[in-house]
Design a binder for this molecule. Structure first.
Ligand SMILES: Cc1cc2nc3c(=O)[nH]c(=O)nc-3n(C[C@H](O)[C@H](O)[C@H](O)COP(=O)(O)OP(=O)(O)OC[C@H]3O[C@@H](n4cnc5c(N)ncnc54)[C@H](O)[C@@H]3O)c2cc1C
Length: 474
């Protein structure tokens, strides 16, 4: 019996015939990694160090044909299946125990079309790779704030960062996608072709098929923008957050300011006596003209007395990787998230109470600011439903030792519970840990039933269920 002949199927563990597996292996063009393969252990690692799963087989696809073979094999033998982009998902849904991983991480081409101002991206591409390709032409599409994150999972759930107030979510900029359905059929989905499927993949989080290529609209950005950090003492945070709330309410859409609350890491521009102390950081990106940005930022810079202000002209692609050193792979992570329409005094005070009790040096809370173009899209225009989320709180518990699990997770949950009364009830699927099955309907909000109906049409047997899963609806 070969090392990968035991795969977890719908009925639990059962044996597939050698013949079926060898037939798949003979048709599949990329590497098939079983547990005895030298690359297996590296290929099953994902960003969140809490996740330690052992798939029976990792199918590293090199082409659409490989994806189709893998999907058909999984469907025919009802094999538990995970789909992997760049492996950043906090819930670890890119890998499964005992099943098949359809690994897309080596499908990484990016092709910019200067005439149409679109970029075609394969599903293993990271945000940094996408930015490099588009910024060479002074263009960008809105994505997230860490360059190592995968475009696939990010775009399928929403995708927001420094450009979203100006140009919308990542999925708002999707022009078309190539999809392999649960039947193994290739479909091009766009407003003109399979518009229902196109609606569903924009927020449906991988429930409806495997995307083998995304085509995004791009916009002029930089290449130089005004960006950086304004770091303040935590003692002033209550006043600063109220000032921030008033400032962003009138800020132009070219400007995005997020708030990071954490202990100061040993960054070169921070004096050693600040390292390890709680700080409030305004992370700033203005994508209009740099001189205009200096004017726009004046009221924010007039708030409080910063420890340091390192906002200045920066290549956009460099700013997109500015947070990478703080968010590297391998640490243990547990996240909790809420959406808010506004930052009330009560919310601000509650957030600060919990930040004052950070459970580890790596833990943090951040408040992302949305609205603008991302908020103007009608709720039913895409499967992503949270157009009212002007602020997204992400509580990042992040630590090193398994012995700290309970304490750190309890902190994140306590923070979440305390801030819940101020929240909309919606949540961004890409910030949900693996234990939030009870929030799935809230995560798809007003669009849940329509997604469930689509799921029944495109994936009636729920082959694609390693995700924030929408079950095929009645
Ligand atoms: C450090 C860090 C920073 C982040 N910052 C942001 C941010 O600024 N903004 C933001 O919006 N999000 C952010 N995120 C969240 C991010 O959007 C999700 O983690 C997302 O799932 C990452 O996509 P991936 O392809 O890397 O993940 P994977 O773990 O590879 O995939 C996630 C899931 O997406 C589905 N999937 C992936 N590829 C495909 C495909 N081709 N076809 C069908 N389904 C697929 C699968 O269900 C899979 O389980 C961040 C995450 C991390 C870890």
């Amino acid at each position: 019996m070969s090392a990968y002949s035991i795969l977890k199927t719908d009925g639990g563990r059962s044996s597939l015939t050698e013949q079926a597996i060898h037939g798949f292996a003979s048709r599949f063009g990329g590497p098939l990694l079983a547990p005895d393969h030298r690359d297996y252990d590296q290929a099953r690692v994902v960003w969140n160090g809490m996740i330690d799963r052992r798939p029976a087989l990792i199918a590293q696809c090199r082409s659409v044909a490989d994806v189709r073979e893998a999907v058909r094999f999984a469907r025919d033998h009802r094999v538990l299946t995970a789909v992997r982009g760049a492996g950043h998902n906090i819930a670890g849904n890119a890998v499964c125990d005992g099943g098949l991983v359809i690994d897309l991480s080596t499908m990484r081409s990016v092709t910019f079309d200067p005439g149409r101002r679109t970029v075609r991206v394969e599903p293993g591409v990271t945000l940094g790779e996408l930015d490099r390709a588009t910024q060479a032409h002074g263009q960008a599409t809105p994505t997230g704030i860490n360059s190592t994150t995968g475009i696939a999972g990010l775009a399928l759930g929403g995708g927001f960062g420094w450009l979203s107030r100006r140009y919308g979510l990542t999925l708002d900029n999707l022009v078309a996608a190539d999809v392999v359905t649960a039947d193994g059929d290739p479909i091009r989905a766009s407003q003109e072709s399979y518009p229902d499927l196109f609606w569903g993949i924009r927020g449906g989080g991988g429930n409806l098929g495997v995307i083998t290529a995304f085509e995004f609209r791009t916009h002029p950005v930089g290449p130089e923008v005004l960006a950086g950090l304004v770091v303040h003492p935590f003692a002033d945070a209550a006043r600063l957050l109220r000032g921030y709330r008033d400032f962003v309410a009138q800020a132009p859409e070219e400007l995005t300011v997020w708030v990071v609350l954490r202990r100061a890491p040993p960054l070169p521009f921070l004096a050693p006596e600040v390292h390890g102390k709680e700080v409030l950081v305004f992370a700033v990106c203005y994508t209009g003209l740099v001189e205009e940005g200096e004017e726009v930022l004046k009221p924010l810079r007039a708030l409080g007395r910063p420890i340091v202000d390192v906002v200045g002209p920066s290549p956009f692609a460099a700013w997109q990787s500015a947070f990478d050193p703080l968010m590297g792979p391998g640490l243990r992570n547990y996240w909790k998230s809420h959406n808010f329409t506004a930052l009330s005094d009560g919310l601000i005070d509650t957030v600060l109470e919990h930040v004052a009790r950070l459970p580890s040096p790596h833990s943090e809370a951040f408040l992302g600011n949305l609205g603008g173009a991302a908020g103007r899209v009608p709720t039913d225009a895409t499967a992503y439903a949270h157009r009212d989320a002007n602020f997204v709180l992400n509580v990042h518990a992040r630590w090193e030792e398994p012995g700290e699990d309970d304490r750190c997770i309890a902190w994140a949950r306590g923070f979440f519970t305390a801030t819940q009364p101020f929240a909309t009830g919606g949540v961004y699927i890409n910030f949900m840990p693996g234990d939030e099955g009870d929030r799935v309907a809230a995560a798809y909000g007003a669009n849940f039933q329509r997604l469930a109906a689509l799921k029944r049409e495109y994936d009636p047997d729920n082959l694609f269920r390693m995700n924030q899963n929408v079950r095929p609806g009645a």
